[in-house]
Ligand binder design. Structure first.
Ligand SMILES: Nc1nc2c(ncn2[C@@H]2O[C@H](COP(=O)(O)OP(=O)(O)OP(=O)(O)O)[C@@H](O)[C@H]2O)c(=O)[nH]1
Ligand SMILES: [Mg+2]
Ligand SMILES: [Zn+2]
Length: 323
């Protein structure tokens, strides 16, 4: 598995020691040939962090990537066209792979400091649903709610996500509460970690495993700024097995890859209602006999989630910023 990518060098974890590899010219040619032959073949990075590859060791610790195995799934984004290129953008625009083959995404929000923005969480969940990546919600800083005499507040706020069917873990990096449960969710898997700045991602990683949060900071700083920052550059190994990836920039990612009409499919509790709307192309905004709006009135769909649906639908209809 590729665990690190840096300036054209890929660190590949093998059963033995890691091997630092380059992509040989012939692999690039094969990739280009497949693109030429098959218009549906995804254009984009040949190798990304998380990919499973076959390597040829040429000298001790150094080698070449011989082949890339097919990805089960990937978190991707449509890369903005290089400057000077035509403003036209098409379906087969270059796809930047943020990370290949993640087992799950873990979205960390704090109950306070900063106040949680559930619309951001809903956007993350939509992105993960679209990529067919299972999600876990981590609600951190529950100690603040307890100190404020509101121990039930975290569940009042985030309980609806458990009702929808997402695993929700309540944690405090400060007291250690729930950290074992979080570790259990992460062990043995490749997890993408995301959430607003200050929600406590690094602190939770440190609470789980001393030094891990520091390592995450080092990676995210090395990634630097600019339009390629979303990509994962390095996976951090967990002591009990598995890896975590910090994804700087995910929170600013827009939803242009989602068509407004398909958005309802990515709201878990809304998707099963759609077939009961009177109109097959119902937008669930203004149509009569809309099963979704009925469910909002009856309490089957939380008003906040419906509000997110409406806002994200508007966003999905917007054009990319480079147009
Ligand atoms: N009270 C309380 N404070 C916490 C908890 N977890 C983190 N903090 C504090 O919240 C602040 C931000 O924590 P970080 O771990 O740096 O947050 P982050 O999510 O890694 O932030 P970025 O790296 O900017 O994305 C720090 O001052 C932490 O000490 C918690 O469970 N309870
Ligand atoms: Mg951090
Ligand atoms: Zn409808």
């Amino acid at each position: 598995m590729v665990i690190k990518a840096q300036s054209g060098f890929f660190t590949v974890q093998t059963d033995a020691a890691p091997i630092v590899c380059r992509i040989p010219g012939r692999l690039k040619e094969t990739h280009q040939r497949r693109i030429n032959l098959d218009p549906d073949f995804p254009r984009g990075d040949i190798v990304a962090v998380g990919d499973r590859v076959q390597v040829l060791e040429l000298e001790s610790g150094m080698g070449e990537i011989e082949a890339v195995e097919e990805r089960d799934r990937a978190l991707t984004r449509r890369a903005p066209p290089a400057s000077g290129r035509s403003a036209e953008y098409s379906e087969d625009e270059y796809r930047q792979i943020i990370i290949a083959n993640p087992d799950q995404a873990v979205f960390v929000f704090s109950v306070a400091e900063p106040e949680p923005r559930l619309r951001m969480l809903d956007r993350f969940l939509v992105m993960a649903e679209e990529a067919e990546i299972p999600s876990v919600v981590c609600v951190n800083k529950i100690d603040l709610a307890i100190a404020a005499g509101e121990p039930d507040y975290p569940r009042e706020l985030f309980g609806l996500y458990a009702d929808i069917g997402y695993p929700v873990v309540y944690t405090s990096a400060l007291t250690g509460s729930g950290v074992g449960a979080l570790r259990a969710h992460l062990t043995g898997k490749l997890s993408v970690l995301a959430g607003p700045s200050g929600s406590g991602k690094s602190s939770l990683l440190n609470a789980m495993q001393p030094g891990l949060g520091l390592a995450a900071r080092r990676v995210s700083q090395a990634t630097g700024k600019g339009r390629h920052t979303t990509r994962v550059r390095e996976l951090l190994p967990l002591g009990g097995g598995g890896y975590v990836a910090d994804t700087p920039g995910l929170r600013t990612m827009a939803l242009w890859d989602v068509e407004p009409d398909e958005l309802d499919a990515y709201f878990r509790e809304i998707a099963p209602l759609v077939s009961r709307c009177a109109f097959s192309n119902c937008s669930h905004i203004h149509e009569p006999e809309c099963a979704v709006r009925r469910a909002v009135d009856d309490g089957g769909v939380a008003p906040e989630r419906y509000e997110s649906y409406l806002r994200l639908r508007e966003e999905a209809a917007e054009r990319p910023w480079w147009l």
